[in-house]
Design a protein around this ligand. Structure first.
Ligand SMILES: [Zn+2]
Length: 218
């Protein structure tokens, strides 16, 4: 049994037995860690007020093989204010993480979750977050090449209405033509610096389809 110390953001906690809990923490480098918190729900528990979704904590615990056990936490940043302002979106951003198995933490993802208050206020944050989560997991929708022949997309761009873009040679009659201007708007979602002002409808559909498939995978 050894002591460990780590910094992380609380993404979820699940009550087990009467007073215990499993706490899921997003760490800076090591993805999502599952920590057992004995007696977390006991009335006298000092940890409970701090172990709330979104809080950034210094965590002290015990490691027994692969099992982590919580001893105590110190607050580095508590998120109560933002939580009150955007409760639904806030919880949604964290619930996304509970659906995936993240073994290491991408720097960009860490930046988003550590400074969620800066991102959450932007109009297209939900689509942006899902797109980049897909990218980090290796399931990024390809917006630059034809889904069938891999040709780089230029001015003639078509959408199958569900999940992919095609060139003028591979299009089918039922496909919808995407204007070049709209496509340029769409590829802005790849930016790591700026959340795009506009997310075209076809891109929203693609992101949704990919995310649904992802949920089936994990
Ligand atoms: Zn093609």
């Amino acid at each position: 049994m050894i002591y460990f110390k780590t910094k992380g953001i609380v993404i979820y906690k699940k009550r087990i037995k009467e007073n215990d809990a499993t706490v899921y923490i997003l760490t800076k480098k090591n993805g999502i860690k599952k920590i057992y918190a004995q007696g977390l729900y006991q009335i006298k528990s000092k940890n409970l007020p701090l172990i709330q979704t979104g809080n950034y904590l210094q965590i002290f615990g015990l490691k027994e093989g692969e099992n982590l056990k919580l001893i105590s936490v110190l607050p580095l940043k508590t998120r109560f204010l933002y939580f009150k302002k955007y409760p639904y979106l806030y919880l949604w951003s964290f619930s996304l993480l509970t659906k995936i198995n993240l073994l290491e933490t991408d720097d960009f993802l860490w930046k988003i979750y550590l400074h969620l208050e800066r991102f959450i206020i932007k109009k297209n944050f939900p689509h942006y977050l899902i797109f980049h989560l897909l990218r980090i997991l290796g399931f990024e929708p390809d917006l630059l090449r034809c889904f069938r022949c891999q040709r780089k997309l230029k001015k003639e761009i078509y959408f199958d209405g569900k999940k992919a873009l095609f060139c003028g040679y591979c299009k089918k009659a039922a496909y919808q033509k995407i204007s070049y201007w709209e496509w340029l708007e769409a590829i802005k979602i790849k930016s790591k610096n700026k959340i795009p002002e506009r997310v075209p409808k076809f891109l929203k559909t693609i992101i949704k389809t990919y995310f649904k498939n992802l949920k089936r995978l994990t």
